[in-house]
Design a protein around this ligand. Structure first.
Ligand code: UD1
Length: 418
């Protein structure tokens, strides 16, 4: 099993250039299939989910060149609209290809998508939205066949602001006649990046970042040049990591407003956090304490994708705090692993209570999902002694050059094979 090995106790200090956002890169890469010609994307994070998306796009016939953070995707050579089961199961974001393929080919064949094991992750809102545009959906035992070459724009009201459903419907609506309004759409900034990308390609979408998105369909889309927005979750992870070791960090290339709920909690805990155009600086002063109640919620609330990492920090400074996970069902599994390191926490179905602040000790622990895995890395760096985090593959889905970045900050981490 691939693992990270960490020697805890070093204070992390230094700066990080924030990578491009996983959650913007994946839907934008999927969206390239709705365009014709060459797309030049900068800021592509070197993470395994992007590798999986590249494999899917190549299997559809796209020509891809990827060097460092630059990628070119040429969709002129596309020949396929069927995604193989194996590729589909590699990651959940393959589901975005349904909307994009419908726009391109009027048809898509997908199976149930894979992804992190953080509870049931149905795609009913995606499929209901597509049906309202006129997509005909038929199920076989393993596959979903989606057909719709004559879609018509309409008003679609989401029962919950699902990020993925919003993006999938936006992509399918590109080929619909007239306007589609997505009401109660998710407001995540990565959806704004997707809108910006599509508009550069010649599309006309308005309203991303608000609760109503309007897509004008049937415009000719060509490739474009686009820089993927920075990854607020990666930035927040390193911010928490440095502070958990009592250190300091400068994050470059990030709009601090994207991390407002986290910065607020850190400032209340007594950390020095300074922000300015394109940077966040944070420093531990050694006297931090906080007792807070954190509730994850859709943007602009506290992100579920930073919940495990924050909990790891609270085990050290947040006696009496409570963290409620309101988005996913099973996103607290990392808590049992933190307990193995000495964390004094109670874990309920959707809530963690930090009973007492305790020094963490190195242990052999297992990552069970991407962000829970990141929390274990943070705990390992803050702990005394050595920690092995097994299942590194989950963490590699979302963190570009993790060991290099941590080593650059003065942390001691290696991975099997290094
Ligand atoms: C996206 C992010 C993920 C983040 C999540 C919430 C990407 C690639 N991933 O995931 O990192 O944690 O937003 O911010 O952008 N749901 C349904 N039916 C559906 C769709 C969703 O019941 O058809 C439920 C989910 O099970 C979950 C909730 O809605 O409980 C939110 O999910 P959603 O916003 O869709 O998350 P994702 O797009 O999967």
């Amino acid at each position: 099993m691939d693992s990270y090995h960490i020697k805890g106790g070093n204070v992390l200090r230094g700066y990080i250039e924030v990578s491009g956002a996983k959650n913007a890169a994946l839907p934008i890469l999927a969206a390239t299939v709705a365009t014709r010609g060459e797309n030049l994307l900068r800021g592509c994070p070197e993470i395994s989910d992007v590798h999986s998306m590249v494999r899917i796009l190549r299997s559809l016939g796209c020509t891809i060149k990827w060097e460092g953070e630059k990628m070119s995707v040429n969709t002129d050579s596309m020949t396929e609209c069927r995604i193989s089961d194996g590729l589909m199961k590699e990651m959940r974001s393959s589901v975005f290809l349904a909307g994009a393929l419908l726009s391109r080919c009027g048809e898509a064949v997908i199976s149930n998508p894979g992804g992190c094991n953080i509870g049931k992750r149905p795609i009913d809102m995606h499929l209901n939205g597509l049906k309202q545009l006129g997509v005909h959906i038929s199920h076989t035992e393993d596959h979903l066949l989606l057909q719709g070459s004559d879609l018509e724009g309409t008003d679609i009201t989401l029962p919950y602001p699902s990020v993925g459903a919003t993006e999938n419907i936006m992509l399918a609506a590109l080929s619909a006649k007239g306007c589609t309004r997505i009401i109660n759409s998710a407001r995540e900034p990565e959806i704004v990046d997707l809108q910006n990308y599509i508009n550069k390609c010649g599309g006309k979408i308005e309203g991303a970042g608000t609760g109503m998105i309007i897509v004008e369909g049937r415009r000719q889309l060509t490739g474009c040049c686009h820089k993927i927005m920075p990854d607020r979750i990666e930035a927040g992870t390193y911010l928490i990591m440095a502070l958990a070791t009592g250190g300091e960090i400068l994050l470059k290339g990030i709009d601090h407003r994207l991390l407002a709920p986290l910065i607020d909690i850190l400032q209340k805990a007594g950390y020095r956090v300074e922000t300015g155009y394109g940077f966040i600086y944070a420093c531990a002063l050694g006297k931090e304490k906080i007792c807070c109640k954190v509730d994850t919620s859709p943007y602009p609330g506290f992100p579920t994708d930073l919940q495990p990492q924050l909990t790891a920090l609270l085990t050290v400074i947040g006696e009496g705090s409570a963290v409620n996970e309101n988005i996913f069902e099973k996103r607290l599994k990392y808590g049992e692993q933190l307990k193995k390191m000495g964390a004094d926490i109670e874990i309920y179905e959707k809530k963690v209570i930090i009973k007492n602040n305790k020094i963490l000790y190195g242990a052999d622990i297992v990552a069970q999902d991407l962000r829970g895995g990141a929390a274990l890395i943070i705990a390992g760096l803050a702990a005394q002694g050595e920690t092995t985090v097994a299942n590194a593959k989950y963490i590699k889905r979302g963190y570009s050059r993790l060991t290099n970045k941590i080593t650059g900050l003065g942390g001691v981490i290696t991975e099997d094979g290094n």
